[in-house]
Each structure stands twice: as structure tokens, then as C-alpha cells.
Design a protein around this ligand. Structure first.
Ligand SMILES: C[S@@+](CC[C@H](N)C(=O)[O-])C[C@H]1O[C@@H](n2cnc3c(N)ncnc32)[C@H](O)[C@@H]1O
Length: 302
């Protein structure tokens, strides 16, 4: 693994990442264009920054195949890395462009770019010369429309369901069921694997959600997708969405999260408020291993 460039190396080698010591709005203020708040499922900037510091060196190339408003790219260019992103919805890729311009104006030294397109065909979107050049992929799959919501506190509480699109376009993985999402995500990771350099790292954040009371285990589906894409799961970490204050976790739930936990508890389901993202970490093998074929024809490359 590359030596971390973080000034406090002790913090880089813990499996629990203290990524919400400051709230999301405070982390983004002045660093992201105001339009960014419209996106329903942004990554906390500190999560992307932590992954970049822990797994890359200055000058390395970082990729986010589902880059939304460009959090991974902005944090990469501020840290002196280069960043390239793909985003399906032009509504978000335009904001990612604006965020990269903003970062440049603020003196970020890395180079960044965004491509609008379907990342399940990422190899046909990015320049062929990038094959084998990416040091780190940082990404997060869309969590499904049931968990997205937006709360703005103004004169009145404005609560709205903030969907990606009208739901009819299944090219956006947010509108597929878990199997369709996992299959599409495996395709994306397969493409990313060809762009990664040998030994390169993939960091995926994900959390489970509930559908009619049942747990939908997205993190396990992500691990399965990574393995199908030929990546090796190497670590499972936790990125806190709660602050640590005086040895206690201080949660920062959204209105929707609080409401659904309260409803579940009132109905007798002992649910907890989610205070972390699962961080699933994979490595691209240094070289592919040729497995001996077996009598039943199984085996092959992994
Ligand atoms: C969880 S969000 C990522 C947010 C991002 N990390 C940020 O901080 O803005 C997932 C993103 O994947 C995008 N997406 C969904 N399907 C896609 C596809 N097939 N190709 C590329 N992007 C896709 C969605 O539009 C959404 O913006």
C-alpha cells in the first residue's frame, strides 16, 4: 500500500474512520458550489479525503465511476491527485464540473474531469490510455429511491423526496432492484478493474436499507459484485456518520432516518439509527492467477 500523506499517520491505519467530526454542510461550505445540496446521496467529503490520503500518493489518479456532484474528484484535486469521474445524469455531472472549476479557483493543484455516461460501459467512455493507470477507485452505489429524501430548514420545514429522475430510466442503477443494482455494479467494477493498476485499491461505501421492514443488505451485495469483478476483498472498515465527542458518539440523523426508526420502534421492530457507512475495500491482484481446470470444467482466471 502507498504510504499515506496524511499529517497524522496514526489516524490512517484505523478501521474506524472519524469522518463526521464536522457536519456535512460545514465540510462542504465554501468548498462546493451551493447547487450541490440538490443531490440526494452525496458522500461526506471527509470519507473521500480519508480514502485518498490512505491509499494514494500525490500525482496518483483517482476514479469515481458514479461521481454524482464530484465529491471524490474535488477531494482528489485538493490533495494534489488527479481525478476522473463518470456520472449518468447530466444534472449532477454539470454540478461536478462546476465543483472542479471552483476547486481550481481555490488553488487545487490536481487535474480533474467528468464524463457524462453509463459507467457499466466505462471502458468505452474513458481514454484507452488510462487502462492500468488508476491508483484508487472511490465510489458509492445509489441506495435506491426509498432512502433518499431532502430536508431544508428555512422559514418552514421543506421536506421533499429528492429523486434522481422520474424512475423510468433503468440505466440509472438507483431504479433497479437489489439484484439489478448488484449486477450493474459488478459490470462497473469489472470496467474499473481494467483501469486500475495492479495492486490498486477500490473503496466502496454502502449501507443497508429496509424495504417493508426487511433488511436489504447492500454491503454484502457490493462484496459479491467486487468478487465477481475479479477484485479481492481486503478490508472492511467503518466511516462514522456520527461525531466522537468526549468518548460518546453524537449522531447526525436526517429527518427521514429519524422518522423511519421511530416508526419501526413504535411497531415493535428494535431498529437502531444508522451512524456509519460500511467501507468495503478491494484490491486488484498484482497478477491474475491461472487456476487449474477441474474435471467438471470449473476453474479459470480469477
Ligand atoms: C450514491 S450517488 C454518488 C454520490 C457521489 N459520491 C457524490 O458525493 O456526489 C450514486 C450516483 O450514481 C449515479 N449513477 C447511477 N447509475 C449510473 C450509471 N449507470 N453510470 C454512472 N453513474 C450512475 C447516480 O446518478 C448518482 O449520482
Amino acid at each position: 500500500m502507498a504510504e499515506p500523506s496524511n499529517p497524522d499517520p496514526r489516524a490512517q491505519h484505523l478501521s474506524v474512520w472519524a469522518t463526521a467530526q464536522r457536519t456535512g454542510p460545514v465540510q462542504r461550505r465554501g468548498r462546493y458550489v451551493p447547487e450541490s445540496t440538490a443531490h440526494p446521496a452525496r458522500m461526506l467529503p471527509a470519507i473521500a479525503a480519508h480514502a485518498i490520503a490512505a491509499y494514494t500518493n500525490p500525482g496518483d489518479l483517482v476514479l469515481d465511476p458514479m461521481c454524482g456532484i464530484g465529491t471524490t474528484l474535488v477531494e482528489a484535486v485538493h490533495a494534489g491527485r488527479d481525478g476522473i469521474g463518470v456520472e449518468y445524469e447530466s444534472r449532477w455531472s454539470d454540478i461536478a464540473d462546476a465543483n472542479l472549476r471552483h476547486a481550481r479557483q481555490q488553488g487545487a493543484t490536481g487535474r480533474g474531469g467528468v464524463i457524462r455516461g453509463d459507467a457499466t460501459a466505462i471502458q468505452s467512455l474513458v481514454p484507452a490510455a488510462l487502462a492500468g493507470q488508476v491508483a484508487l477507485v472511490v465510489t458509492s452505489p445509489p441506495y435506491g429511491p426509498t432512502v433518499h429524501g431532502h430536508v431544508a430548514v428555512g422559514d418552514e420545514l421543506d421536506v421533499r423526496d429528492n429523486r434522481y429522475n422520474d424512475g423510468s430510466d433503468k440505466g440509472n442503477l438507483a431504479y433497479r432492484d437489489l439484484t439489478g443494482l448488484a449486477d450493474g455494479f459488478a459490470d462497473i467494477l469489472r470496467g474499473c478493474a481494467t483501469l486500475l493498476r495492479p495492486g490498486g485499491t477500490v473503496v466502496v461505501t454502502a449501507r443497508p436499507w429496509r424495504k417493508r421492514g426487511e433488511l436489504v443488505d447492500l454491503p454484502s451485495a457490493v462484496i459479491g459484485a467486487g468478487v465477481r469483478a475479479g477484485l479481492v476483498p481486503t478490508e472492511r472498515c467503518v466511516a462514522l456518520l456520527a461525531a466522537v465527542r468526549d468518548g460518546q458518539l453524537v449522531a447526525r440523523p436526517s429527518f427521514f432516518q429519524l422518522r423511519s426508526v421511530r416508526k419501526a420502534r413504535a411497531a415493535g421492530t428494535p431498529m437502531h439509527l444508522i451512524a456509519h457507512e460500511d467501507v468495503l475495500i478491494f484490491t486488484k491482484p498484482e497478477s491474475s492467477v491461472q487456476l487449474p481446470s477441474t474435471a467438471d470444467g470449473a476453474g479459470g482466471r480469477r
